[in-house]
Every structure is written in C-alpha cells, then in structure tokens.
Design a protein around this ligand. Structure first.
Ligand code: BEZ
Ligand code: FE
Length: 295
C-alpha cells in the first residue's frame, strides 16, 4: 500500500473519531463511540473489506433484525455466538477469591417462576430423567448464606424450555431459598444438550464456518442475597460429548462442569421420593460461593 493510501485511510478514521469531540455531558458515550470507530475502522482496513462483504454484513444484520420479536432475540444470539456476551460477563464479574464463576444468562429466564420448598421438584412434569441437585451457598470466607434466593431453570429432555411451547405451560423452572445453614436441595432433570434457534442468520453463519449449533447440556442458576454480587451461572454435565464439540456460546468453564452420578431405578432416593417403576435418576452436588457486592 502506498503512503498516500495509508494517509487517506488514517485521515478518515481520525475525522470520524473527532466527530464525537463535542458529545454534551456524556463522557462515557464519547469514549465508547471513539473507541468503537477506531476498532471497526482498524478491522475494515486490516481485512481490506470488499463491497460484497460489506453488503453481506448489512444483509446479515437486516435479517437478524427482521426475525427478532418479543419471543425471539437474534441480535443477542449474534452477540452470544461471537463470545461478546461472555466477554461482557467476564468483565462484569471480576474474579474474586473462590467465588463461583458466572456464565451466560440466555433467553429463557422467566420472572415469577413457582416457589418450591427445599427437596421439592422444579420439573413440573417436564419429560426427562429426575436429578437430585443439592449444595450450599457460602461466602468466600466459607460462612453459610441463609435464605439466598435460588432461581433454577432448564430444558426438557427434548432440549426445549417451557416458553418455547405455545401453550403457556410452566415447567422446568422454580425458585427456592437456602435454609438457615445455607443448604439447598431440589429435584430437577438430568440436563440434555440442545440446539440454538435454527431458522435465522446466526445458525446459517455457524453452519458456514463449520461450528456446532448446540449448547452443552446445562442447568441454569441465578443466586442472590443481600450484600452479595448476584450470580448468574449454569452447571454442565461431566462426560457430555457436546463439551468436546464446543458450546456454541462459549459458556463452559471447567469449574462449572459437575459429575452427575447415575443411579439405577432400584436405588433409594435421597429424600425417599418414590419414582415410577424402572425410573433411573442422577445426583449432583453444586456448592455455590458468592462474592461480596451490592446487587
Ligand atoms: C441458554 O442458555 O439457554 C442460551 C444461551 C445463549 C443462547 C441460546 C440459549
Ligand atoms: Fe439454557
């Protein structure tokens, strides 16, 4: 590239950056816009973006916008599969002692999920293998956190959340509270891997680059207590083959992969629950550590 070409390209970048100089009363917005322009211009210049590629990008964004509605968020999905969501989570959940790692929130959380007692069942009749999930909620000094609010949600054994059905059913979700000793327990389902929505441009992009469209099997948690940073996380299933193929949204962290121990149908369940004849079940322990914080 000639020096003159380089000068022209740099002059344009500088002029666009300078256009935010007089952003009134919002230095953060000014900083975000200037930095965004610098990075995006650097990308365009580095890859020598063709007009055809620019058109493909615009077409992708347009299709993502058109398919997005109240129940379907393709733009967030785009952020997810590019690792932008997980990088934002990393930046906002700074490592603190042995506090449990955070991961993706995902699109399937619902407010006002049913309240259950410790030892209760979140499955609400959703099909799948029962799983006994138990653990403690503690601070980073090892002290129990009583009455922490624990929201849990997961897909059924076909990989579908209740909200993906059109009939208003509520299953595979609930909230409960840790007891006075900071312990909790509930019945859920052994998680199953499932694909991200497959009828939009994001899935087409994943196919085009030969990436998996599946999420590794997981169970979602959101844990909150006054004086602590709210933890949004999942647990993953040790041995799930999808862990090796790659989680489409980069949500997996080694510390969140847990052993779901398999139990035969004739083994007694932890709280004496009688399962249907021939029903196997699993068991997992997830001890949660909350970082201090004010949200
Ligand atoms: C999920 O965890 O359910 C999810 C997260 C990101 C994209 C799609 C699904
Ligand atoms: Fe999920």
């Amino acid at each position: 590239m000639t020096g003159e070409q380089e000068r022209r390209e740099q002059e344009l970048t500088d002029r666009v950056v300078a256009s935010f100089e007089n952003t009134p009363g919002n230095p953060r917005l000014k900083y975000l816009m200037e930095t965004l322009v610098k990075h995006v211009h650097a990308f365009v210049r580095e890859v020598r973006l063709t007009k055809h590629e620019w058109n493909a990008w615009i077409d992708f964004l347009t299709r993502a916008g058109h398919i997005t509605d109240d129940r379907r968020q393709e733009v967030v999905l785009m952020s997810d599969i590019l690792g932008i969501s997980m990088q934002t989570i990393a930046v906002n959940n700074e490592a603190y002692k042995d506090a449990t790692e955070a991961t993706a929130f995902g699109p399937f959380f619902v407010n006002d999920a049913p309240l259950i007692e410790n030892g209760g069942d979140i499955s609400g009749g959703a099909p799948g293998e029962p799983s006994w999930i138990e653990g403690s909620v503690r601070d980073t000094e090892g002290r129990p956190i009583p009455i922490a609010r624990i929201e849990v949600w997961e897909a059924d054994d076909e990989g579908l959340y209740d909200v993906q059905h059109d009939d208003g059913r509520v299953y595979g979700r609930a909230h409960l509270f840790s007891d006075n000793d900071g312990n909790y327990s509930f019945w859920g389902l052994t998680p199953t891997p499932y694909p991200i929505p497959s009828d939009g441009p994001v899935e087409q992009l994943l196919e085009a680059v030969g990436r998996s469209t599946y999420r590794a099997a997981h169970l979602h948690f959101m844990v909150s207590a006054e004086g602590y940073r709210t933890l949004v996380t999942h647990i993953f299933v040790d041995g799930d083959p999808q862990l090796d193929r790659g989680d489409s949204v980069f949500g997996v962290k080694d510390s969140l992969i847990k052993k779901f121990t398999h139990h035969e149908a004739d083994e007694a369940t932890p709280n004496g629950r009688a399962l249907p004849e021939g029903q196997t079940w699993s068991h997992v322990r997830f001890d949660i550590v909350l970082a201090p914080g004010d949200d």
